[in-house]
Design a protein around this ligand. Sequence first.
Ligand code: ADP
Length: 251
Amino acid sequence: MTKPSILSCEKVTVAFDGFKAVQGMDLALQPGELRFLIGPNGAGKTTMLDVVCGKVKPVSGKVTFHAKSGSIDITKRKEHKIAELGIGRKFQTPSIFAGLTVEENLEIAMSQNRGVWAALRTTAMKKAERERIDAELSLIGLGDQRALRAGRLSHGQKQWLEIGMMLLQEPEILLLDEPVAGMTDKETEKTGELLQEIVRKRTVVVVEHDMAFVRNFASKVTVMHEGKLLKEGTMDEVQRDDRVAEVYLGR
Ligand code: ADP
């Protein structure tokens, strides 16, 4: 039996000056999925992520976040509210503080969760935060670089640091736009392993062009074309589909 969705987009349409970038798109995610969104350039993939995180508002359709605390219609919510509810979005360019150390970057991300109670933190709470940061450093593989200025990290390491910073915000859903673009093969492999680790607790959606990466790590793939859903299934199912081959794989 399939689990109830954690996110559902129903008949979402987005128009830019009358041009329909997304048309009647449905997307449902299961909790703990690592879903890849693929399709040719201009298919509407990034726009779908923008809709889910609230950066772009659809002209019609509905987006529902089935959060742990209950189902919320987020179609018209502001971007920062959606982030607070537990949907994190990472863009291609990492937004890290280059002049601060890796550890300081993570501390800043952690401090954003504290809110008004910051001054009242007990020693136990501070210790728990420290342990959390240590665990995150180990997850993103930057334990040895904790004291290094973030600006000196490799391209891949910067991406992992930003993912680590996002995880400290405790998102239930993480949206990633081409996370392995510009990475070496080794960094790409490590990123795939990191994503597999992350989906043990969270749901991840990845817009991706690197087909070898998708093939290695995807369990389910959603193919978009001209703003619409073209095909959804395993990578094998998707690759066997004639329409996908025609529009996307160029056969
Ligand atoms: P993909 O991520 O699949 O490459 P996008 O979602 O970026 O596709 O874009 C889908 C279509 O919408 C493209 O034709 C693109 O040019 C157009 N588009 C995207 N964002 C905007 C915008 N802000 N204003 C106008 N057109 C846009």
